[in-house]
Design a protein around this ligand. Sequence first.
Ligand SMILES: Cc1ncc(COP(=O)(O)O)c(C=O)c1O
Length: 463
Amino acid sequence: MSSQVFHTTVTKPKASAKDGKGIFMTVEKDGKVYTNVIDAITGAAVGSLGWGDTDIQEAMAEAAKHHTYSFPGCIVSTAAEELSKFYIDQCPKGAFKSALWTCSGSESNENALKIVRQYQLERGRPEKLKIISREASYHGFTLGAMSIGGGPRGVPFEDIMIDQKNVCLKMPMFYPYRRMKDGETLEQYAQRLLDSLEQLIIENDPNTVSMVIVESMSGSSIGTPVPPKNYLKGIRDICNKYDLIFMVDEVMCGTGRINDGKLCCWENFLAPEDAPDIQSVGKTLGSGYVTIAGVLVGPKIYNAFAEGSGVIVGAQTYHSHDFNCRVALAVQQKVLKQNLTANVFKMGNLMGDKLQKALVDSKIVGDVRGLGGFWTLELVKDKSTKEIFQPSLKIGSRFANAALEHKVNLMGLTGGNTTGETWDIAVLGPSFIITEKDVELLCERIVETVKDFTKALETEGIV
Ligand SMILES: Cc1ncc(COP(=O)(O)O)c(C=O)c1O
């Protein structure tokens, strides 16, 4: 049947989600219905709660009863206030002072870029313009967010992005599996990257550099490499040294996905006093029940506004939307009450550990990496040389198709940078309610997928 939805595969209908309960979902693809599929990625690592959560259904009904829309430029929502307090209270004390709620991670990053720009203007530093982000990074699909991204998805749009030569600068990605040198420790590799960041700042006149933005842990772009403690701390210190804003994008890795009981991913790597100055969040915040994301603003930036013009010129129609904020608050209250971030941290690490052990002899799984509720298998043609598959083979998405045959929904993709390097990854980010029994079943199904997929590639003469 033809589709009237403008899909990513425009002329070819995609698989569709039919139903879901807990961590399981029903998917229809090419006329075939797959039941009891373990949702091991919850869309794009969106799920904190499982599907069909009756508490959230009730909270949504309640929210609908009380919801009164108002334009946030004129009249604000009290639910937005409550959600801000709830979130900020769960971050390290003093890290953030204020929050803005948007409808997507891309929008959050767009808004954050503008907030940082205005921060520099408020303090009389208009020459501080340049934004440093990472090679191969992903920060969203709107033009501003893509401008600071560093993957192949942005390449066709470069001519209409924020100036890619003079404003958006790129530092090397953090990708130990491919970029660490023989004999180098993880810390030495991180230090090498920090040195190159500092060099980039010096070469580009530190007085004209405004900010550095990184994901605390990369998600769909590189696939969950875990940085050593000196990496984010080193970026924080460099930002302090050159008077730059340090921003983390925690749209995918944050809001409980990777933290043993709390919300921010960076707490795994940074002390509270090294908190980022601004942070974007999304996905698990609303758990896919509502389209909500946000920007958390630290005291340094907040104070520049408060002591400066005190005004943000402009707001979006659905900023800090009342219904979204009410439902996200209910989601987060349940996550906190049931200590679900600690659960997914433990269960995710168990899943990673099991997969590392079970796939150690696999011919095509070169690396299993991750932390807490966010893990990745990297697929390679030759494990000893880490040789990649030809990108035209689309091994990542083929692997996702193979996983669906084994009743697992995961994100399989071919990642890359803008210079033509590619890699194939399969990303796992289950909802926070996953149990030990679920992990057991999920790992069995993934191991079976790897076996069958390897056989298919052998039959085709690819490996
Ligand atoms: C790190 C990161 N930032 C931003 C975004 C964009 O979020 P959204 O798709 O909600 O616009 C994503 C989406 O995957 C992401 O992974």
